[in-house]
Design a protein around this ligand. Sequence first.
Ligand code: R5P
Length: 323
Amino acid sequence: MSVEKTGTGAMSLKILAGSANLSLAENIARNVNVKLVQRVLERFPDGELHIEIQESVRGHDVYLVQPTCPPVDEHLFELLLMADACRRAGTIHLTAVIPYFGYARQDRRAHGREPLSVRLIADLLATSGIQRVVAVDLHSQGVESAFAIPVEHVSAVPTLAEAVRSSVPRNAVIVSPDLGAVKMAERYAKLLDLPVAIIHKTRISGAEVSVQRIMGDVRDKQVLVVDDMISTGGTIEKAIQALLEAGCSPSGIKVSATHALLVGAAAERLGKLPIEKIYVSDSVPMSKQVPIPLQVVSLASLLAETIERLHKNRSIAKLIGPQ
Ligand code: R5P
C-alpha cells in the first residue's frame, strides 16, 4: 500500500518506476516520502512485455520514472506501455520523468533519408498518454521543440559543480569538448568562477571524433572537461589528447558529465588517459567498473524537488537547465 500525498489540487501524488534505474526511482520516492507503486513487469515466452499496475492510480497525479538508457529501445517501449497502462487505469495527470533521454542526439536530419527520431519519440510519448516530460541536461535545447507537450528541463550542473568545487584550483579552466557543450561549460564556469576554453570537434562516426582546434588559453592550466554525456568516451579521449598537446597541466585533469552511458570499451578507453577523477550523475545505472576514481552524485533530491514542486503547481525556475 503506497503512502499518498495530497498537493494543492485534489489529486494525490504517486510515483511509478520502469526497470531502467530502479535504485534512482526508489531514492526519489524516499525523498518525496512516498512508496513506489507496485507493478509487474515480465516477459511472455515470445519476448513480449507484460505490464500490470497493482494498485489504483485512478484520479492520481502520477510520475513515471524511466531513463531511456541502453538498451534504449527496450526501455523506451517499456515507458510507452507503462504510460498506456496508467492512462487506461484513469490517471488524471501523467508526467514521465526521463533522467536520461535516449535518441536526443538524433534531433535533426544530418543527411537525406534519415528519420527525425526525436520528433517521432515525442509523438509516441504523447500518444501513450504522457502529458508532460521532466528531463535532465538534454543533449540540445532543440529536443524540447520536438514536443507539443510541456518539457521541464532541469539541470544536474549545479549539483555536479558543487561536487567538483573543492578539487579545482583557482587557475583551472572549464573545457567544452565541442561546440554543443558551450552553454553547459559556461554554466559550470559561472558557478565555479572560472574561464572557459572551447574545442572544435568533428564527428567521424558513432565512436570516432577528431579535434580541429582549441579556443582559449589552457597552457599550464588544470582542466575540467564538461559534457552532457559520455557514451563511447571518444569525445573525452580526443579532447584530453588535444588539451595535452596544447600544453595543459598533465596532472589534475578532471571530467564532469551528467550521463555516464559508458558503452562498449568506454571504461578501458578512459582508463588509459591521465584523468584524476570523473564526476557523473546517477541518471543511468552504472553498469561497469571504471579504472579511474569516479564520483557519482545522485539526482534523487533534484528530481524529488522537481516532482513536489510540479505536483503543488509551484515554480521550478531555479531548477531549470541552461537556456
Ligand atoms: C555530443 O555532441 C555529445 O555532447 C557528447 O559529446 C557525445 O555524445 C559523447 O559521446 P562519445 O562519448 O561517444 O564521444
